[in-house]
Design a protein. Sequence first.
Length: 220
Amino acid sequence: MLNFKTYNMKNIIAVVLISLFIGHAYGQEQEMQSVKDEEPRKEGWFKKDHLFTGGDLTLAFGNSTTTLGASPYFGYSINKYFDVAASFNFNYTSQRDYYYLGDKARQTLYGPGAFVRIYPLKFLFAQAQYEHSFIRFKYLPERNSGLTGFTEHFDVNSFLVGAGYAGGRGDGNNNFYYISVSWDLIKNKYSPYVDGLGRAVPILRAGYNIALFQGRRNRY
């Protein structure tokens, strides 16, 4: 007959050994999981914290001219040296005494665009921007002048090249204000960026760039 005390002692030893084995196996599993958690996670080519938005506003008043405009954009930072973005341009200009005293001219411009910015230094960038503009021009002669008003529509391509200053931009920070100057290399005669003789005029723009989903993590 099996001794009851001996049987209990064997069971206790077996339970202890099984518990030690399970505890050891669980500890190894937790250790392996910790190592996996510490390993850097592989990310795809797209990182949402590289997205940004921004734009500039235009507000100008002269003796006989009023100009209102906005150029919002949405883009992606490929790395700390290159940004690409899609943009939309809207501009409205009203001018009095266009041809003769008392007449008026109104021009509405809108259209899509895209640009690339290259940062040789974190606060300095070169920019190339393409714009396709739909232009509606309306001439309003003075009453009783005997002149006839008219409306014209144009499609104009522009290729703007220039440089700018990015204030506040740095590693891990894509929130900054910018000031830029550029010129239209195509110089279409209907371009809003040329003068009456078809010469390219400097285009001054100022605006703000806003990082999206950036957080506090270093982005590059």
